[in-house]
Design a protein around this ligand. Structure first.
Ligand code: ATP
Ligand code: MG
Length: 270
């Protein structure tokens, strides 16, 4: 049965999609059967994994969830899961997902619709990575109900760091009341500019505010324009330029995640 890892931060533009796609790519390259669920109406993960126009897709995660709500049978996974060139199986998304919150509002057990869907594919994978939308609400509660763990990418900037406390409150509430197995893998600092005063100050702030509550990955992902350039080629940075510092850092982050060594709280000194 797959381990479900959600990449969550309700703040936009902090590196959720870069992290989700690159992690899925690396897991697949390391021989793990991996699926990536694009759970954002922007469809960015779908685009990075080669879908030119997500709005032209007939079946997306939104279609599948609607079928479950309406008690209709799901199509066979082979008919809608996209086999990407890099080995990751993609469950795509498009702008229809923006209607999900509204469509779920009168549905019984609406927090468990995504769990129902994930249960239908869980046995086929070792890892299912979920790239999340940048806002809380019923769709994100669905994610936290079905995930085993979450990774929280955070840009090395003050305003990104400030949103973390709110997210941790949501995690605690869901873990306490509904999904007891939901754990935080760690906070991942992204778009870091090492050796700058800003980076040092934000790192200190995150360490001081959270290191005794949540694991923080020792690896930081450095800022590199090549990460954005890779998107133009429908690739992750690790495929596009494996020797780039951000690609190397993502590899080290994957090592940390798989070794479980990041699980200890307050390991990193400031
Ligand atoms: N390490 C990095 N260095 C430089 N640019 C990066 C890095 N990681 C991501 N980016 C770029 O920053 C932008 C935001 O990243 P990304 O799309 O991964 O964030 P996100 O949290 O998924 O955003 P959203 O909340 O809109 O879904 C993108 O243009 C991406 O290519
Ligand atoms: Mg994104």
């Amino acid at each position: 049965m797959a381990k479900i890892i959600a990449i969550i931060n309700e703040k936009g533009g902090v590196g959720k999609t870069a992290t989700a796609t690159t992690l899925a790519y690396l897991l697949s390259k390391r021989g793990h059967r991996t699926a990536l669920l694009d759970f954002d109406g922007q469809g960015h993960s779908s685009i990075i994994f080669g879908v030119k126009n997500p709005n032209k897709l007939e079946v997306t995660i939104n279609t599948l969830l609607r079928k479950l709500v309406e008690d209709e049978p799901l199509p066979e996974p082979e008919s809608y899961i996209i086999k990407t060139g890099c080995g990751v199986d993609l469950i795509p998304s498009n702008t229809q997902l923006f209607t999900l919150e509204r469509n779920l509002c009168n549905v019984d057990f609406r927090e468990r619709i995504l769990t129902q869907y994930i249960d239908t594919i869980k046995d086929s994978y070792e890892y299912i990575i979920i790239d999340c939308m940048p806002q809380m609400g019923t769709p994100m509660i669905n994610v936290m109900m079905c995930a085993d763990s979450i990774i929280i990418p955070t840009q090395a900037e003050l305003l990104s760091a400030q949103g973390l406390a709110e997210l941790l409150k949501h995690h605690q509430a869901i873990q306490r009341n509904s999904n007891h197995r939901l754990r935080i893998e760690g906070i991942l600092i992204t778009m870091d500019s090492p050796n700058t005063i800003l980076s040092a100050q934000v790192n200190e702030l995150i360490q001081r505010g959270f290191a005794d509550k949540v694991p923080i990955f020792k690896t930081h992902i450095p800022r590199s324009i090549k990460v954005a350039e890779a998107v133009l080629h429908h690739q992750t940075i690790c495929e596009f330029l494996p020797g780039n510092p951000a690609a190397i850092a993502y590899g080290q982050f994957a090592d940390e995640l798989l070794s479980g060594g990041h699980g200890k709280i307050a390991e990193r000194s400031v």
